[in-house]
Design a protein around this ligand. Structure first.
Ligand SMILES: Cc1cc2nc3c(=O)[nH]c(=O)nc-3n(C[C@H](O)[C@H](O)[C@H](O)COP(=O)(O)O)c2cc1C
Length: 467
């Protein structure tokens, strides 16, 4: 890909904390996280730093699997406030003009027509700057909030998601871009021969159409996905235009990056049709010592309950049922239906086929700043790490998690962004008006667009982070 530049994504939460649950205890964290001012300020900061995308993750329940109770999570503020990201994005879209706006939405608990209309509308309201992070949801707490007895089987969730995305994309393409005539004198609003009904009757969904929102300036919202398992990665390379990941280190990242691109090619998809962005924390300071002191302070904010509550949530397993040095049985390990990538990583890193509860805490670092790579140092040092990852290549960009908000983003934009720009690996300004243009992706269903050229999902692939 000629003229490669880093794609930058802000990893945001419409919650009481950043990605780091302990962040609300940080003295510099803003407490007005349920006000529009808070989100406007983040949006403007990220746009000042020319971020391509401000992205909200989401989960449809509190982390209340630990001890089968919400009390500990609420008391300690472990991601318990979760507002709907869509209205929040509308506020941020109105306060900005160029930055992309992404939100997470589950294929397990909504209907495709609803999601298609919601995101298409937001795409119009923001001039073509929207992205949809497709998730399949992962635990019983979310299921309970939507009237289901428990979360569906891991791979079955992706089968449903495949059909979900097919329906959404088909609705988004129901109107030809030139269907609207607005011929007042002739009395013709639009050409009906350029509007199609879908008449979808599939295994999971029925949806008739015609869809009621014509295409936006970027055709339709950008598709984002973050599958880590074999099935999840097959889904991602089939549909995604942006792929999020967690790469524990540069070497594994380099491998996973190459394998994801190879997987796309073997499925008939152009690997330049998507961008791969792993999540990282950054802590930057005017000197190395300042940065290291700041990082150590942040690390010290986390409490054991953060990890236990979020492990229980993500693995859909109640960690309160185990004492610290109690090994998980084979059956318990098999029964884990949530983020299996965490389970597999703990088994591998601990060298213990039956890890204990302590092993899970120690080797997952879930809910702490050690959960993903953390680039700490001066602007030049942080830029060095990013450049190394980008040029190896182990990524096309980064999903920047914040140790606290808004300070972590303000520091990054003030100190690291100019350094990256000076090195010529990060853009000085937005290339276009829409998210797809700014990411350099093919527009309006081009050759590398999701679902195009794809020969269908690949069912069995090896997870490169689990050799
Ligand atoms: C950067 C990033 C953001 C994610 N955001 C969400 C999210 O908002 N909601 C969610 O349920 N899962 C989220 N996930 C989890 C993925 O969607 C996916 O379920 C997970 O990586 C496990 O892969 P698997 O589904 O293939 O097992 C995210 C993952 C990453 C790496």
């Amino acid at each position: 890909m000629p003229d490669r530049r880093i794609a930058m994504v802000g990893f945001l939460q419409a919650q009481n904390c950043s990605n780091l649950p302990a962040s609300w205890r940080h003295p510099e964290s803003a407490g007005d996280f349920m006000t529009p001012e808070y989100y406007r300020r983040i949006a403007r900061t990220l746009e000042d730093g020319k971020f391509h995308l401000a992205f909200f993750d989401d989960r449809l329940a509190m982390p209340d699997r630990f001890g089968d109770d919400f009390a500990e999570a609420v008391r300690h503020g472990v991601r318990v406030v979760k507002m709907d990201p869509i209205p929040v994005l509308s506020v941020m879209g109105a306060a900005t003009s160029r930055i992309g706006l992404g939100a997470t939405c589950s294929t397990t608990y909504y209907e495709p027509f609803h999601v298609a209309r919601l995101f298409a509308t937001l795409d119009h309201m923001t001039g073509g700057r929207v992205g949809w992070n497709v998730v399949t949801s992962l635990n019983d707490s979310e299921a309970a909030n939507f009237g289901a007895d428990g979360v569906a089987d891991h791979d079955a969730r992706y089968d449903r998601a495949d059909e979900f995305v097919e329906v959404v994309l088909a609705h988004w393409k129901a109107w030809e871009p030139d269907a609207i005539l607005l011929d007042k004198a002739g009395g013709v609003f639009a050409d009906p021969s350029k509007v199609r009904r879908l008449d979808h009757r599939g295994r999971y969904f029925r949806s008739r159409g015609p869809f009621t929102v014509p295409p936006s300036r970027q055709g339709h919202p950008v598709i984002i996905q973050a599958g880590q398992s074999g099935r999840g990665r097959a889904f991602a390379v089939r549909w995604a235009e942006v792929i999020f990941a967690i790469y524990p280190n540069l070497e594994l990242g380099e491998r996973a990056y190459a394998e994801t691109r190879a997987l796309a090619e073997s499925a008939g998809r152009d690997p330049d049709g998507f961008r791969i962005a792993p999540a990282v924390y950054t802590t930057v300071g005017e000197t190395r010592t300042i940065a290291e002191d700041k990082a150590a302070f942040v690390d010290g904010l986390s409490r054991p309950v953060d990890t236990l509550a979020l492990l229980s949530e993500a693995l859909n397993f109640d960690f309160a049922t185990k004492v610290p040095d109690d090994p998980f049985t084979d059956e318990e390990l098999r029964s884990i239906s949530g983020l299996q990538a965490i389970r597999d990583r703990v088994v591998r890193l601990s060298g213990n086929p039956n890890p204990t509860r302590d092993d899970f805490v120690r080797f997952s670092n879930r809910g702490t700043v050690r959960e993903m790579p953390h680039f700490v140092g001066t602007a030049a040092m942080v830029a060095d790490r990013m450049q190394e990852w980008f040029e190896r290549p182990a990524c096309d960009g980064f999903v920047l998690a914040a140790t606290h908000v808004p300070g972590a983003y303000e520091d990054f934009v003030r100190l690291v962004v100019p350094e990256l720009q000076r090195r010529g690996i990060y853009h000085r300004d937005y290339a276009g008006a829409t998210l797809r243009e700014n990411l350099g992706l093919a527009g309006r269903g081009g050759a590398s667009a999701p679902g195009r050229n794809a020969r269908g999902p690949v069912d069995r692939v090896v997870d490169p982070s689990n050799p």
